[in-house]
Write a protein that binds this ligand. Sequence first.
Ligand code: ADP
Length: 161
Amino acid sequence: MTTALYPGSFDPITNGHIDIATRASRIFDNLVVGIFASPEKHLTFSTQERMELAERALSHLSNVEVKKYDGITVEFARQVKAQVMVRGLRMVGDFEWEFEMAMMNRLLSPNLELVCFMASQEYQFLSATLIKEVAGLGGDIASLVPRHVAEALQKKGLSKK
Ligand code: ADP
C-alpha cells in the first residue's frame, strides 16, 4: 500500500490542483491532500474554509482524504505514513523552488520520495493567486475553479455576480 501526500496552501483549490490530485489518486493507493494551515503568505480563506472547499472538490475520489497540518511538511508526511510526496510543476517557474525544497526535504527525510506531475496544458498558467486577482477585477473564472469555489470567492467579494 502506497500512501502519497499532496501538500499545499490551496487558497483556494483550483482545477489545476484537482487535476494533479485526480492523476495522483490513480497511481497511489491513498492520497492525503495536506492543507498547510499557516504558510508565509497572505491567505484569503481560513484553514477550515480551505479544507471544506477542497473536500467538496475531491469528494468523488474515494481514496483521497483532506487533512490540515501545521509545522514541517515532512513531519506531517511521517504522521500520515506517506512514502511519497506529490507536487505539481507548471511552466518553468515552479522548478527552481520545487528543486530547492526537494533537496531540503531529502536532508530532513531521506526515505520520503518526491513525485512531480507536469501540469496539464490547460492549467500551466493557473495559480490560486492569479485566480483571486482575475476574480477581484471581475473576470470570469468559471472554467478555472469548481462552481462552489467560484461562489466562495464571490462571497469574499472576489468574483463577478
Ligand atoms: P504552495 O505550496 O506554493 O502554496 P499551492 O498550494 O498553490 O502552492 O499548490 C500546491 C501544489 O500544487 C504545488 O506543487 C503547486 O506547484 C501545484 N499547483 C498549483 N497550481 C497548479 C496547476 N495549475 N497545475 C499543476 N499544479 C499546480
